[in-house]
Design a protein around this ligand. Structure first.
Ligand code: C5P
Length: 395
């Protein structure tokens, strides 16, 4: 579902000034924004600001007679795809949790038939108060999406949790929430990050893969409604909250983890940078330095992706190929050798560890270029492409 129309609720808090920037970004994104302010919000920012930014009059009063049939509490959310309350004050969260409806915004929230998202913003002690935590837990279990809060310096000078997420982050969260559910009902297994092959108690062979692309693909698959298992080598990234997370070290560990879950998977996306070799006889103790040449005996690792794609009934397999030269040619050779319906080619110099990347998708129909963009955007486009191929194959 594409987000086309939103009611932006603004309640009383210093962060209300950031809601103006959020309204601007939403409008810039092509979304029709109707602002509804609480009475307290008007102490922090003027309605004229929102009116100018959104091109719509701002409403606050339950008894406003500017709405034709006198039913502002119903009419304003009619046709809206979502209500986002940002900032959501402690008092407003309490009101929502109790289902109270004593002003226009709380009444709209109660009388809605669209998703409700809230971005809490308050002093850290107000946020940590048992009553607020109770209210937030209640709202989550009622199906309300709680975005943030962030931690950091607060307007009151204290430091802690309670800052509203920045407008850009809220826009990203909305974007994620309203991605089309292309993977609905599908189980997706994703490998990510580097592998680590032990040499001795403190050393190993690894590579500079950051895991960013694989984690972005996992998030995009979750947004698209999939049940996701993320099998990851060591990275510095937090695992996506709703994924089943299986941390691994070596290629052999990764293979074991993949084999444990792949039987029921519909789609396998192999993003991991798997080491091609492992050390035959790793030392349990730290190898002592001496003047002699040290020889490591290396043996080839299993090819995880090839072993899955060559099964009699494989899931839909997608590979990644990071190359330093003849990128598309080498990637296409790998796609054929590993019997993959789709491989994603990228330039190793540009892709490893970076935030932005250019991708070329190679499939039976040819090449599809995804011009340089951030990895999350690319992951969403990749998910859309996989869904198309997957659906065609299963029709
Ligand atoms: O390393 P290579 O370029 O062959 O990687 C191509 C694809 O195969 C990638 O998707 C990678 O995750 C996968 N692969 C694997 N096991 C290996 C080597 C690569 O699953 N041992």
């Amino acid at each position: 579902m594409k987000l086309k129309r939103i009611v932006l609720g603004v309640t009383g808090g210093v962060a209300a000034y950031k809601a103006a920037e959020l309204a601007r970004l939403l409008v810039k994104d092509g979304i029709d924004v109707q602002v509804v302010m609480s009475a307290a919000a008007r102490h922090f920012v003027g309605a004229a600001t929102f009116q100018a930014l959104t091109g719509h009059p701002v409403f606050s009063d339950l008894w406003d007679d500017r709405v034709d049939n006198g039913m502002a509490h119903i009419d304003l959310t009619r046709g809206a795809d979502a209500i986002l309350v940002a900032p959501a004050s402690a008092d407003f969260l309490a009101k929502l949790a109790q289902g109270r409806a004593d002003d226009l915004l709380s009444t709209l929230c109660l009388a809605r038939d669209c998703p409700l998202l809230v971005a809490p913003a308050m002093n850290r002690q107000m946020w940590e108060a048992p009553a607020t935590q109770r209210n937030v837990a209640q709202l989550s279990s009622d199906g309300v999406t709680v975005l943030g809060p962030d931690s950091g310096e607060q307007a009151c000078g204290e430091v802690g949790f309670g800052r509203m997420l920045e407008p850009e982050a809220l826009l990203d969260a909305l974007d994620a929430r309203f991605q089309p559910k292309r993977f609905s009902g599908l189980k997706v297994v994703i490998t990510a990050g580097p592998t680590f092959e032990t040499i001795d108690a403190v050393r190993g062979i690894t590579n500079p893969s950051s895991g960013k692309m694989g984690y972005a693909v996992a998030r995009a698959a979750l947004e698209a409604g999939a049940e996701v298992t993320l099998i990851s080598g060591r990275t510095c990234l937090p695992p996506p909250r709703d994924a089943r997370f299986m941390p691994v070290m070596s290629a052999q560990d990764m293979l074991v983890a993949v084999e444990a879950v792949i039987d029921t998977a519909d789609i396998f996306i192999s993003v991991a940078a798997v080491a091609d070799y492992y050390v035959l006889n790793p030392s349990e103790q730290k190898i002592k330095k001496d003047a002699h040449i040290l020889t490591l005996e290396l043996a080839p690792n299993p090819d995880i992706l090839a072993s899955i794609s060559s099964r009699p009934k494989p899931p839909f397999c997608v590979g990644f190929a990071a190359e330093s030269e003849n990128i598309e040619e080498y990637a296409e050779l790998k796609r054929r050798r590993k019997h993959l319906p789709l491989i994603v080619a990228n330039d190793v110099k540009e892709a490893v560890g970076s935030d932005d990347v250019r991708l070329v998708l190679l499939d039976e129909a040819g090449r599809h270029v995804l011009e340089k963009a951030d990895k999350q955007t690319q992951a969403r486009l990749l998910v859309a492409h996989i869904a198309e191929l997957y659906n065609t194959r299963n029709q």
